[in-house]
Design a protein around this ligand. Structure first.
Ligand code: RTP
Ligand code: MG
Length: 147
């Protein structure tokens, strides 16, 4: 069982797409184990995007992710990291496959609505950047054996 960190970015919150995005992962059959609306701090943003430090778009990323509230979540399930990345779609909306979140709702690479962890290591690091251990809920979902 894998956990992944997903975050509706400030553009998704402003556009009222939190419900639509959550709905997709719920219907897929993944399990929501933590969620909250928050304002990303400068320190959290730098940790979040440390792999992009020094790139020409780094400052824009930090500015954007701290520009308004985000909806942070932890989802759990078999192969949750790869599945949610596939549902999110490629970084550039133009390359994202039809039916993915970015293809269906995004126009620009820098306003691409949602972040998803890309490996178990980044998931662990990102979950710890936004959630305390006691904010992650452990529970049985009775529908799980049917998925
Ligand atoms: P994310 O981390 O947000 O889930 O997106 P991703 O894995 O698809 O893309 P990543 O390579 O991690 O890049 C993080 C965010 O930086 C912006 N970006 N801009 N060439 C560019 O101008 C460029 N490349 C990346 C995107 O907003 C991307 O989501
Ligand atoms: Mg990434």
């Amino acid at each position: 069982m894998e956990q992944t960190f997903l975050m509706v970015k400030p553009d998704g919150v402003q556009r009222g797409l939190v419900g639509e995005i959550v709905r997709r992962f719920e219907r897929k059959g993944l399990k929501l184990v933590a969620a909250k609306l928050l304002q990303v701090s400068r320190e959290q943003a730098e940790k979040h995007y440390e792999e992009h430090y020094g790139k020409d778009f780094y400052d824009r990323l930090i500015q954007f992710i701290t520009s308004g509230p985000v909806f942070a979540m932890v989802w759990e399930g078999d192969r949750a990291i790869a599945l949610t990345r596939a549902m999110i779609g490629k970084t550039d909306a133009l390359e994202a496959a039809p039916g993915t979140i970015r293809s269906d709702f995004a126009v620009h690479t820098n306003l691409n609505l949602i972040h998803g962890s890309d490996s178990p290591e980044s998931a662990a690091r990102e979950i710890a950047n936004y959630f305390a251990q006691d904010e992650i809920v452990s529970y049985e979902k009775t529908v799980q054996p049917w998925i």
